[in-house]
Write a protein that binds this ligand. Structure first.
Ligand code: V47
Ligand code: SF4
Length: 373
């Protein structure tokens, strides 16, 4: 075993990992502070393979951003606009219909719908949006509205949080994306997103969503002003809520993109840090089933490598990703199913197209694509 790790600290962590014991704050920090990237990868891969073997998931999905007008104006966001600012947009229901019909011949399984907090939109807009999507795409699951949007909707609906969620479910909402968590920490919130709900409220809304039977994802926005300690504490807070509710499905690390933001002087993340964050998440979040390597944020090539560092899911085919591309992402705006499967096979894994709930669909569709491609 001595040859497995350059970092001596990793031996005792390896023992805990193989014994299925939970890692603590100090372990998480030691993993993050280490430069033994391959050792960290091996630890995370041990857990990843125990859970998912050689399977790597992806979903055929479509993103829909209904408005970029937003009251919060977080300092790290390049997507949001004020009402009268150039480039501000809000989709009408006719626009939504048109966007969906443009791709109606494609086998889209999931619609990922998020937007800014636009004060001009009444609660009925959101209900009608869900109903319109469900009418046009009855076979696709609707993953929509972050905990931040849900909190806003509870504010404008005149209903309690629970009744707001019930109304949204009734209109077709099936799953909650993980955005808006940023870093669950008051210091970071004060500095970067003072108008957005804080960590406590994000967790409280998530707990209510879980109680209502909706599964949700969770994220961490990393690579700006946060410390490693703050990252580890963030993961532990997610893990604690998951212990209580079991309502989280996947964790997605979001690599900060500084372009066109108020933080454009910051350098952005490194590939080393991106892989470490995936691996530490896999090791710390022992009660999360899935860790996503979101290729839009870290690029297709690094996402492919991340499959050997703890990730089991590459997220989706997407088409027309806006939030990261407005902040300077150089990845494509979408990927074909064949490309997704080629990346997965070439990394030595077995591609499984999934639905929003990780049920396999169309397994083996891309067979015939050589593993060495
Ligand atoms: O909520 C905003 C973040 C999130 C930037 O749940 C930024 O399956 C990087 O949450 N650089 C949206 N990140 C993306 C998101 C997501 C993506 C894919 C899958 C899922 C899922 C969720 O992106 C926002 C915010 O936290 N963000 N600006 C930026 N400049
Ligand atoms: Fe608004 Fe979300 Fe951008 Fe913050 S990150 S300004 S809440 S759209």
């Amino acid at each position: 075993m001595d040859t497995l790790f350059i970092d001596d600290n990793f031996h005792k962590i390896y023992e805990k990992v193989t014994a299925g014991k939970r890692l603590g704050f100090e372990d998480g920090l030691a993993l993050y502070q280490s430069t033994d990237l391959t050792g960290l990868g091996r630890l995370a891969d041990t857990v990843r393979r125990r859970r998912h073997g050689e399977t790597a998931f992806y979903v055929y999905n479509q993103h829909l951003n209904y408005t970029n007008i937003c009251l919060n104006r977080c300092r790290f966001c390049a997507y949001a606009r004020d009402r009268a600012e150039e480039g501000a947009f809000t989709l009408s229901l006719a626009d939504v219909r048109e966007r969906l019909l443009e791709r109606i011949d494609e086998p889209v399984r999931e619609l990922h719908i998020v937007g800014g907090l636009n004060p001009a939109l009444p609660f009925d807009y959101y209900l009608d949006l869900l109903r319109t999507v469900k009418e046009i795409r009855p076979e696709a699951a609707i993953k929509a509205f972050t905990a931040v949007e849900i909190d806003h909707l509870a504010g404008i609906s005149g209903l309690s949080l629970e009744d707001t969620v019930a109304a949204l479910k009734d209109a077709g909402l099936e799953m909650i994306p993980g955005g808006g968590a940023e870093v669950l920490d008051d210091r970071i919130r004060e500095a970067l997103f003072p108008r957005k709900i804080g960590g406590e409220r994000w967790l409280e809304v998530m707990a209510a969503l879980h109680r209502s039977g909706l599964t949700a994802n969770a994220t961490l926005l990393y690579g700006h002003i946060e410390t490693l300690e703050e990252r580890v504490r963030h993961l532990i807070r997610l893990r604690e809520l998951q212990d209580e509710t079991g309502g989280f499905s996947a964790f997605i690390p979001l690599a900060f993109h500084p372009g066109n933001t108020q933080l454009s002087h910051l350098p952005g993340t490194t590939g080393f840090d991106d892989l470490k964050t995936v691996a530490v998440a896999r090791l710390m979040l022992d009660n999360f089933d899935h860790i996503k390597a979101y290729w839009v944020m870290i690029g297709e090539k690094l996402a492919q490598v991340a499959l050997s560092f703890g990730a089991d899911d590459l997220d989706g085919t997407i088409v027309e990703e806006k939030i990261t591309h407005m902040a300077g992402a150089r990845s494509p705006k979408g990927l074909a199913r064949e490309e997704m499967e080629r990346m997965i096979r070439a990394a030595g894994f077995r591609p499984v197209e999934r639905d929003s709930f990780y049920r396999s669909v169309n397994e083996g569709k891309g067979e015939g694509i050589p593993a060495h491609a």
